[in-house]
Structures are given as C-alpha cells and as structure tokens.
Design a protein around this ligand. Structure first.
Ligand SMILES: C[S@@+](CC[C@H](N)C(=O)[O-])C[C@H]1O[C@@H](n2cnc3c(N)ncnc32)[C@H](O)[C@@H]1O
Length: 441
C-alpha cells in the first residue's frame, strides 16, 4: 500500500476538519472516524480502509453540505460575485468563506448572470467550474478537494480517453476503441457523444462571455472526474434526473464492490458513510456503485472487476440480424426492440425471449400466443424449441468470435488491451455457461 502524501490527502483532511471561520463555528462539522484511513493499492487506486475493527451501523464519515460540490453550492459560490443566487434553499446550511480572493476567474463569474449559468446542465456547469477553480489554485475554496482528484492517467482505461487522446495528439489510441466488443464500443460511443455535447455547450458559453476557451483535455479530466466520482443527490430544481448528483470529498475515495459493505446517506448534517457489516482492521470499506456490468464500469468509470455478478452478454446485434422489418416494427411498438441480454445469474432475459419468439412469427401483430406471452398470460413453451436452436447458434458464434479476439490480443501487456480482453473473456464465460445449461432451459 502506498504513501498518500503526494495525493494531498492530509491537506484534504485538514481542509475538511479544521476550515477557517465561519466553518469552524458551524454546528455540523466534518467527522472522519479515527478507525478509517485512505490508502492506495495497485488495482483500484486510493480507497478507504479500516485501521481498527469497525462494527456494522457505525457512522464513519460525515461531510457537511458546505463541502459538497454540486449545483447548490456552485451557484451559491458564484452568486457571491454576480448578485442574487437563484437556487431554492434546500434547508441544508451551506456556508461560504467570509473572505474571497478575487482574480481573473472571479471577474468572469461576476460578468456572467446566474440565469446563464443555469442554462448549462448541472454536469456541464460542474465540469466548467472545476476547470476554472483549478486555475485559481490556492485562491479557490476548493483547492484541497481539486488537488485530491485523480489525474487523467489514472482514468486511462476509459475508452473515451483513448478517443479524445487520438483526436488531440494524433496517437493510435483510437485503435483500441475498435478492438472493443461491439456492445461496449456502442456504449463508449454514447459516452463520447455526451462528452462532446458538453464540451461544445461549455465552449459556446465561454465564447459568449468573451472568455478564453478551455483546453479539451483539461475539460475531459474534469468531466471524467465527475463521471467516475459523482454520487446521487436529489435537487428539487433539477431539470433532468441526470442533474441530481453531488461530488463529496473523502466519500469519493470509496471503491466499488458488487455487494454493499457500506451505505451512504444524506441528511441535514451532510453526506454520511455508514458501515453495513463488521469490518476487521485492515479491510477495505467498499460500497456498491450500482448493478453495473464490466462493460458499463469500463466505459463510464474506467475500470473492470475480475469477477462481477452483474455482467451480461449483449446479443442484440445477432438477434436483430435475423429479424425482418415487420418483426422489428412490432417489437418497437411493444417497447421490446433492442437490448437483448443474457446473464449468468438471470439467464436469458424476458426481453430476449420475446425477441426470439417474435422471430418465429410471420405476422407478429396477429399472433395471439405472442401477445399473450408479452402480457404474461403464456409461458412461451411453444416457442422454446426453436428459440433454443436460435440461441445455440448465436452463442456458438459469440464463443468463436471471443476465441479469435482473445488469440489476437493474447500477447499484449498493454493495460488497455488487458481490460478489453477481460470483456471478451466475460462474454465467452456467459456464452459457455448458457450453452451448458441450454438443454434444461
Ligand atoms: C469514486 S472513485 C474511488 C477512489 C479512487 N480509487 C481514487 O483513487 O480516487 C472511483 C474510481 O476508483 C477506481 N475503482 C473503484 N472501484 C474499483 C474496483 N473495484 N476495482 C478497480 N478500480 C476501482 C476506478 O478508477 C474508479 O474510476
């Protein structure tokens, strides 16, 4: 385990625990239990570890609302420079520093009305704010937090980084993108579209304010920090569900596990981390980022796990390839088009079963048994035999494709390639397990 001085953890803890007035006098102060510490390991970077035995239900960390970076606190900070804040009060006490150092960036804040800031999505606004506050260095209230964020190199397994790196430097990193399994590549492309939309919106925002543009790589760093570290937090003023998030210093050092070992909770005192199970000294405290497959984890958060119970095999491309137009439009009308998956634990999804059944109908809209299957009044037994042979053929194709790709990637020691290889081996594993159990299906 590594020494973390170079990540600025002591500085972060100091900032959170003994901030200047008026924070020091606030009733709801930071709590970081003496039973936990941030350490680092090679696989998952920094993480929170128990330094002593911890019992279930202990509150280990509490970060007050004033230290959470989100739509509410950002607008409150910016509006110090340009008039009245326009975020509804959530009833949480958010303190602002009594003294601000002004600089060219606070001049920019002063120039842009809050109504314009609110036209950006919360994600765009937060990414821009992090980039600007980073430039303010020690002048920024958030300096210790921003220094604690990972470097872009630590998010190097995210396919979006490969693509943007290629675009900006002319490197061959985008070639890795093409090696991804088809469904992962599609997911990664969607992430890239989201990122480019955000970068365009923020660039236009800065141009309108006659400010200098942001470097795309710098914006990517801030964007990926948010994407891989944000936590759900509801804001009544949010225009979209995706705006309901916060960044929470220190809490964001918790690494992911498929099973919840810790819970996070928000109340009027701030963001809390509570242990769900007993932890022995030395054990890592983990919480679940959600039921995410390795494909999702890689594309969104830049990592995969050796074993992941949420992995699934996406066979949409294979299934869609054997459907005719009538079958496709029937499934679209029914809300069952696309996203055909198989998982080790859940087997062949109902959605996939509906698609396999539809392929067996010449005029699906007229088929009583198919409509009864969709409505849940028919168990689909009459479709099973043909469905089995269709799925067997598809899974054999998947196994062959994974074998070819694994042989192609086998000798590489490149970390990105190893992540890609893991995706193929996850796919092969699910395909093989499903084929083995197909007779009993
Ligand atoms: C919320 S942060 C957790 C703290 C992070 N390890 C750090 O050093 O700042 C999420 C990032 O941690 C890493 N991570 C989290 N859980 C992991 C796991 N189970 N295996 C590998 N990496 C993990 C990934 O890089 C992910 O983008």
């Amino acid at each position: 385990m590594g020494d973390l001085d170079d990540y600025g953890i002591p500085g972060l803890v100091q900032w959170l625990s003994s901030p200047p007035a008026p924070f020091s006098a606030a009733p709801n102060v930071t709590h970081i239990s003496s039973k936990v510490n941030v350490l680092s390991n090679e696989t998952s970077g920094r993480g929170v570890y128990a330094t002593q035995n911890v019992s279930a239900k202990e509150t280990l960390v509490r970060i007050p609302h004033s230290f959470l970076m989100n739509t509410n606190t950002i607008i409150k900070h910016i509006s110090r420079f340009n008039g009245k804040e326009s975020v509804p009060d959530l009833g949480y006490s958010v303190l602002l520093p009594s003294e601000y150092t002004t600089d060219q960036w606070t001049e920019l804040y002063a120039k842009i009305p809050i109504s314009k800031w609110l036209q950006l999505t919360a994600f765009q606004r937060t990414a821009l704010y992090i980039c600007l506050e980073k430039k303010r260095k020690e002048n920024s209230f958030w300096c210790a937090f921003i220094s604690s964020l990972p470097k872009l190199e630590e998010l190097d397994f995210a396919p979006i980084v490969w693509e943007v790196e290629s675009e900006l430097t002319g490197s061959k990193a985008a070639d890795f993108f093409e090696l991804l399994p088809r469904s992962s590549r599609n997911h990664a492309k969607k992430v890239l579209v989201r990122f480019n939309e955000d970068y365009t919106a923020v660039s236009e925002f800065l141009t309108a304010a006659k400010s200098e543009p942001l470097n795309k790589m710098e914006f990517l760093w801030a964007w990926m920090c948010i994407n891989s570290r944000c936590l759900y937090m509801s804001f009544p003023s949010s225009k979209a569900e995706a705006d309901n998030f916060t960044l929470a210093p220190y809490v964001d050092f918790l690494n992911h596990d498929c099973d919840e070992k810790c819970a996070i909770k928000i109340d009027s005192r701030g963001f809390l981390v509570i242990s769900c199970v007993d932890h022995a000294a030395g054990q890592e405290l983990l919480f679940s980022y959600g039921p995410h497959s390795n494909e999702f984890l890689l594309c969104e958060y830049a990592f995969t796990m050796e074993t992941n119970k949420w992995n699934n095999l996406d066979v949409s491309h294979h299934i869609e390839g054997i459907m005719n137009d009538a079958q496709k439009s029937f499934l679209r009308e029914q809300g069952y088009y696309g996203d055909y998956t198989i998982s080790e634990t859940g087997g062949i999804s109902f959605r996939t079963q509906v698609a396999l059944a539809t392929i067996q109908e010449r005029e699906p809209a007229q088929s009583r048994r198919l409509n009864l299957l969709i409505q849940g009044y028919n168990d689909g037994e009459s479709y099973k035999s043909v469905s089995k042979s269709l799925i067997r053929r598809i899974l054999n194709e998947v196994v062959a494709e994974c074998g070819t790709m694994s042989a192609r990637l086998e000798s590489s020691k490149n970390g990105r390639i190893l992540q890609i290889q893991r995706l193929y081996s996850d796919m092969e594993h699910i395909a093989t397990v499903t084929l083995d159990g197909l007779e009993e299906w």
